[in-house]
Design a protein around this ligand. Structure first.
Ligand SMILES: Cc1ncc(COP(=O)(O)O)c(C=O)c1O
Length: 402
C-alpha cells in the first residue's frame, strides 16, 4: 500500500515490527507444528457441519453466547470429564480462537509488564512470544525427560522471591510437551502442585497435545489433581482435528474467567467451525483418536529408528515420544544447530533450533523435529539426509568411548 501519512511517534511502546511470515516447506519438513494431514476427517467435518447447520444454522446471524456455541461446550465439558477427570458445567467452558487465544487472555488477566513468569526451560514459542511482547520477565525452570524437576522449581521460586521477583504464575505443557515431547508423570504433578500451593503460585496447564497419545498411559491433569482452583486448564481442537478450525478453550475459576475475557480480541469463538467440530466428534471421537494414534505411532517409530541408524554412537541423544508431534534432538555441545537452520533447509531438511524455545536463548545444539507431518518414509529419509548434511560439515564424529 502506498502511503503518505507518517506513523512516526504514534506506535504503542510495546509494539514491535514483526514481518508477516510465509511458511516455507523444506523437502523433509520437520519444522512445522501440524498434526498428521493424512487423518484430517474432511468428509466427517462436512457431514458434521451439515447436521449443525440444519439444526441451528439460522443462529449464525447472531453473535453466539459469549462463551461459545452451547452444543460444543456441552460436548467439551463431557470430554473433559471422560478424558481428564475434570468436572465442569458447560457454562464454565470458555471457547476461544485456538488455545493461543486462551493462553493470551489468561496471561493478560494474571500479569502486568515487568512481572516474572516461570515456564519450562524450553517452551512453546507462541506462548514465549506472547509473554515477551507483554513485557514479562520469562524464566525457564530446569527440565529432564520427565518434564519440570520439582526440587529445582522450588529453589527457583525461592530465589526469585528473595530477589523481589516473585513469579505470578507457572505456565506448563505437561503432556507431550512442545518442544521436547516429554510427559510429566502424575507423581511429579502432585509434587509440583504442593510446591506451587506452598508458594501461592497459580498454574496455567496447556493440554494442547493430550489427544495425540499412541503409547503408554495418559497422566492425570493438574486441574483434576488440584482441589483448590489454582489451576487454569487450556486445551485445543487444533491438534486433535486441524489448526485451521481455530477452536480452543479454557476452564478456570469464575473470577479468573471474568477478568480474562476482557482481553479477547473479538466477540465469540467461531460458531460455524464449532458446528462442524461438535457434529463430527459427538459421533467419531474414539475412531478419530484411533486413526490419529496409528498414524502418529508409525511416523514417530520411523523417525526414532532412523535416528538410531544415523545418529547412534555420535554422542547425539533424542527422546522417544509417546504422543504429540515432536521429538527433541540434542547434538553434542558446540554443534551449532541454530546457525545451520538455513543451510539445512537448502539441503532439504527443515527443523526449528532449540534456542528459539528458550527464554534465555540456550539450546543452540538442540533441534525440535516434528514427526507428525511427513510420511513414515519421509521421516526415515529426512533423518538420513540431516545426518549426511551434518556429516558434510564434519559434525558427525564418533563419540569418545567412556
Ligand atoms: C503448547 C501449545 N499451546 C498452544 C498452541 C496454539 O495452538 P492453537 O491456537 O492452534 O490451539 C500450540 C500450537 O502449536 C502449542 O504447541
Amino acid at each position: 500500500m502506498t502511503t503518505t501519512f507518517s506513523y512516526e511517534g504514534k506506535f504503542s511502546e510495546r509494539s514491535r515490527e514483526t514481518a508477516v511470515s510465509h511458511p516455507r516447506h523444506a523437502t523433509y519438513d520437520f519444522a512445522v507444528a501440524y498434526p498428521p494431514p493424512d487423518v484430517v476427517p474432511l468428509d466427517g467435518l462436512i457431514e458434521g457441519l451439515k447436521k449443525g447447520l440444519e439444526r441451528e444454522g439460522h443462529d449464525l446471524v447472531y453473535y453466539t453466547e459469549r462463551n461459545g456455541n452451547a452444543a460444543l461446550r456441552e460436548f467439551t465439558a463431557q470430554k473433559l470429564a471422560d478424558d481428564r477427570g475434570i468436572t465442569v458445567t458447560p457454562e464454565e467452558v470458555f471457547m476461544t480462537a485456538g488455545s493461543g487465544e486462551a493462553n493470551y487472555v489468561l496471561i493478560h488477566a494474571l500479569s502486568d509488564p515487568g512481572d516474572t513468569v516461570i515456564t519450562e526451560q524450553f517452551v512453546y514459542v507462541g506462548t514465549l512470544n506472547q509473554l515477551k511482547t507483554h513485557g514479562i520477565n520469562v524464566v525457564g525452570t530446569p527440565i529432564d525427560d520427565q518434564g519440570i524437576q520439582p526440587e529445582a522449581l522450588d529453589e527457583l521460586i525461592k530465589d526469585l522471591t528473595e530477589q523481589g521477583k516473585k513469579p505470578k504464575f507457572l505456565y506448563t505443557i505437561p503432556e507431550h510437551q512442545n518442544p521436547t515431547g516429554s510427559t510429566m508423570p502424575t507423581e511429579r504433578r502432585v509434587q509440583i502442585l504442593e510446591i506451587c500451593h506452598r508458594h501461592e503460585l497459580p498454574i496455567i496447564e496447556d493440554d494442547c497435545y493430550v489427544d495425540l497419545r499412541f503409547d503408554g498411559e495418559m497422566q492425570e491433569a493438574f486441574a483434576s489433581l488440584d482441589t483448590t482452583g489454582m489451576v487454569m486448564h487450556v486445551a485445543s481442537y487444533s491438534k486433535l482435528l486441524a489448526p485451521g478450525l481455530r477452536l480452543g478453550y479454557f476452564v478456570a475459576p469464575e473470577e479468573v474467567t471474568n477478568r480474562a475475557i476482557g482481553f479477547r480480541s473479538s466477540g465469540t469463538a467461531n460458531h460455524f467451525a464449532s458446528l462442524a467440530v461438535e457434529g463430527y466428534l459427538t459421533e467419531h471421537l474414539q475412531d478419530h483418536k484411533d486413526d490419529l494414534s496409528d498414524s502418529l505411532g508409525a511416523k514417530a517409530n520411523a523417525m526414532v529408528a532412523s535416528l538410531g541408524e544415523n545418529f547412534g554412537g555420535t554422542g547425539a541423544t533424542w527422546g522417544t515420544p509417546q504422543g504429540g508431534c515432536y521429538l527433541w534432538l540434542t547434538m553434542p555441545e558446540g554443534t551449532p544447530m541454530d546457525k545451520l537452520v538455513d543451510e539445512a533447509f537448502d539441503a532439504g531438511v527443515g527443523y526449528l533450533p532449540g534456542s528459539a524455545f528458550a527464554p534465555n536463548g540456550d539450546g543452540q545444539n538442540c533441534a525440535r523435529l516434528c514427526f507428525a507431518y511427513e510420511t513414515p518414509e519421509k521421516n526415515r529419509d529426512g533423518i538420513t539426509r540431516l545426518a549426511e548434511f551434518l556429516d558434510g560439515k564434519g559434525l558427525m564424529k564418533a563419540a569418545p568411548a567412556d
